[in-house]
Structure formats: structure tokens, C-alpha cells
Design a protein around this ligand. Structure first.
Ligand SMILES: [Zn+2]
Length: 203
């Protein structure tokens, strides 16, 4: 915190309000020496005087501690833009994850069917064929588990009942009946079961 800047700001605001140091001190029930110390950057107003001081000077505490006026319109607009940008970034990122998930699952499925078909056509019935089918099935199941993890991590599930958006735990999602990415789960907000739809952002 820049005490000198704050001090100058207090002095400017006081003059704009056409108050002397003595008058300001009187309004705050403190000595004019205290006001003079603030304005020279030697000390900060006590916390219990800060709100009263801000009210008298028509500023907010944020502005007092920054030592300058903050244009609230500009401030709100900037915050809004930043939030919007973050939401867009999140949506894009989650869409990419979902696309990766589908590409991964479809590729794995094609490989799985391919290997099984090839094995059945070329290998004779016996332990080797069994082992190939077993290991490729396990591999495919592992890819599906990983795909589910990607799906859970991307975005949220929206409760059909109260529209609350939540991220379920892996095991809840794993055992939930589902159609594509819509899962039948209990909502942590209203505690009702519904077909929760996959959404990409909280908005
Ligand atoms: Zn709900």
C-alpha cells in the first residue's frame, strides 16, 4: 500500500468536499493531527474510522486503499468481460475433451473389433486365441474407463429437476445408467434422481 498516494487522495477528496482538516477531524471525532498524519502518508486511518471517512468523502474503501477513484462502470465491464472470456475458454476446452473422448472410444472400438475378427479368422481355436480375445477385451474396457474419466472431467451434469450443475464422483458416474452422455444420477442439490444432461459450462 502506498501511504503517500493514499494521503494525497484523502487530501484531494477532502478539498473537493470543501472541508478543512479540522472540520474533517471533528466529523470523525478525532484530532486534526491524525488527519494531517494521514495526508502526509505517515499513517493509515484506523479500521473503525475508515467507513465513516469513506462516507464523508464519498468514496469506497477499495478506492481509499488504492489511493484513487475507480470508475465503477469500467470496473464492472472489465470484470464481466473477463468472466465471459473464462467461460468461453472453459467451453472450448471441454468441447475438445469430449471430441477427444469420442475419437478415442471409436478408435478403440474399431481396433477391438478388428483384432477379434483377425484373431478368429487366422488363429485356430485354443489358448492363444483365448488369450488374444481376453487381453484385447481388457484393453478395450480400460479405454472405456479412461473415456468415462474424460467425460466426467469435461463440464458438468445438469439436474433435470432443479437445473443444478454438478460433477459426480467417478464411481457414481460409472454405475449410473446412461444413454450416451446423459446419466441417471442423484442431484446433490435437490437429492432427486433424474436423467442429468451433459453441459459444457456452469452458465
Ligand atoms: Zn436437482
Amino acid at each position: 500500500m502506498d501511504l503517500i498516494k493514499i494521503g494525497k487522495f484523502i487530501a484531494d477528496c477532502r478539498k473537493r468536499k470543501k472541508l478543512t482538516q479540522e472540520q474533517l477531524a471533528e466529523k470523525l471525532s478525532i484530532t486534526d493531527r491524525a488527519v494531517s498524519k494521514w495526508e502526509r502518508g505517515l499513517s493509515l486511518p484506523d479500521a473503525d474510522k475508515m467507513l465513516d471517512l469513506c462516507n464523508i468523502l464519498d468514496i469506497n474503501v477499495n478506492e481509499l486503499l488504492n489511493g484513487e477513484k475507480i470508475d465503477m462502470k469500467e470496473y464492472n465491464k472489465k470484470t464481466e468481460e473477463l468472466l465471459l472470456e473464462m467461460a468461453r475458454g472453459e467451453e472450448l476446452k471441454n468441447k475438445k475433451i469430449m471430441i477427444n473422448m469420442w475419437v478415442l472410444l471409436i478408435t478403440a472400438l474399431i481396433f477391438y473389433i478388428g483384432i477379434i475378427t483377425l484373431a478368429v479368422l487366422t488363429l485356430e481355436e485354443g489358448p492363444i486365441l483365448g488369450a488374444v480375445i481376453c487381453s484385447s477385451t481388457i484393453f478395450f474396457i480400460l479405454v472405456c474407463f479412461y473415456g468415462l474419466k474424460l467425460e466426467i472431467d469435461a463440464g458438468y451434469y445438469e439436474c433435470k429437476n432443479c437445473h443444478y450443475k454438478f460433477i459426480p464422483s467417478y464411481y457414481i458416474a460409472l454405475f449410473a445408467p446412461h444413454v450416451h452422455t446423459t446419466r441417471y444420477m442423484k442431484c446433490p442439490e435437490c437429492h432427486k434422481y433424474s436423467w442429468a444432461k451433459k453441459v459444457m459450462t456452469k452458465e
